[in-house]
Design a protein around this ligand. Sequence first.
Ligand code: FAD
Ligand code: AMP
Length: 485
Amino acid sequence: MSDNTTAEQFDVIVIGSGPAGYVAAIRCAQLDMKVACIEKMKDRDGKNTLGGTCLNVGCIPSKSLLDSSYKYHEAAEQLSIHGIETKGVKIDVKKMIERKDGIVKQLTSGIGQLFKANGVTHIEGTAKLLAQKVVEVTNNDGAVTSYQAENVIIATGSTSIDIPVAQIDNKYIVDSTGALEFSTVPKRLGIIGAGVIGLELGSVWSRLGSEVVLLEAQDRFLAMMDQQISKDALKIFNKQGLDIRLGCRVTGSEVKNKKVEVQFQDGDGNEQSETFDKLIVCVGRKAYTENLLAPDCGVNIDERGCIYVNDLCMTDAPGIYAVGDVVRGPMLAHKGSEEGVMVAERIAGQQTVLNYDIIPNVIYTHPEIASVGQTEEQIKADGEPYNVGMFPFVASGRALAANDTDGLVKIIAHGETDRILGCHIIGPSAADLVQQVAIAMEFGSSAEDLGMIVFGHPTLSEAVHEAALSVHNHAIHKANRRKRK
Ligand code: FAD
Ligand code: AMP
């Protein structure tokens, strides 16, 4: 046990240095608070690292491999249409993985530099929250030090969900972290879960030549997305060669002769099995609070295992906040970062709030899938009147020039006020395009307002403009079927 009477005091202690924690720590420091950020994560070489899941094993490494694999796929399959001959294109997987590791290193060490520049104290070790806002840290050597804080921000993130029917062995059966490290392209790759991460990782290895089968328990593909977009996505991914099997519940798995045999019940209830060279388990993530909370620390957990917080990210204990994946809401890096900013500014006495209704969500497949606001199904269920405008990329000059015409932009506006309620895009650069609509929504824009803005030509964003015009049936570059308003 350590002696709390001499514990170093901080205005704020942040536990966890992922995008929620490091952003919170930096913002607190900018607001002149004495801040410490405690992080326990180590990289593959056993060195302490900052940046959490996002920078080390999440957003950044996955996008790095998505970009590399897409360039390979373009060179191998798509450049001939432009008159570019690329015979004998090869992929060097080791080099691709090393490039990814280099990007991770650059960004994670960048967080250390930002901490130094802002005066954030970086404490290496595993934190435990005790009563009275005392934080006990066990370092790499097992030494325990206590710190005292006026305010604590918990940002301990999330971890992959394990399923007993396919236990990770990190050789044949891996989670998303293992799937970022394959040293060769698996000939046959099985993926349990056709959600965001499964589709992104499946795309990486499929582009490099794997035969990919995704086993998804739900009958509906991407059930949380606007159904028009998810139907289009399913067709496009099937065309790309991803074998997505819906309604398939995995019941067991076995490693035999250096392969994984997976047993599952298909959509018709028949017992099936498939053999793969590797299997990725991507069935979702859960809040991470292991050994974090002493029973008398005052913080409670909700029914889904997340730390219970209100809309301002306050836990049940005064002066203790929680942000990011460890609390309710979508598990997205930018959602956690904005919660971190909100909490830092609230501690500083500002009145910052976060608009949870306008958080963009992206799947970085090709084409990308991006959305913000409500889906058509949600609006219909609420009984609100609405109008829909759509524009297909096949009618965009810029998309045609780029030979990237799959997908569409869909904008949904309120039937009476015309306020934009949601935007759903599948297509080239959907992630960046949806952000334009998110900005418009944040300013309370109507579809008509967006339609009156001048968009540069020729750009992909003209498809957003045309979809906004199409809400009132006066898109220019497609036939409007309904009466103009
Ligand atoms: P984390 O990033 O998980 O960080 C929490 C940190 O807390 C960790 O470093 C952990 O070591 C530390 N910690 C935990 N307990 C303790 C303790 N007791 N003491 C000290 N330290 C502790 N999101 C997106 O928005 N866009 C994407 O493209 C995207 N792609 C993803 C791809 C993959 C493969 C994965 C797995 C996730 C992806 N995500 C993406 C999700 C994103 O990574 C998370 O939403 C984000 O990292 C959550 O941030 P966080 O700060 O809440 O937690
Ligand atoms: P996401 O939460 O986007 O990462 O997606 C995880 C996906 O895994 C969801 O679509 C779940 O329906 C799916 N899933 C969860 N458990 C299983 C299972 N046992 N077999 C197949 N799919 C599953």
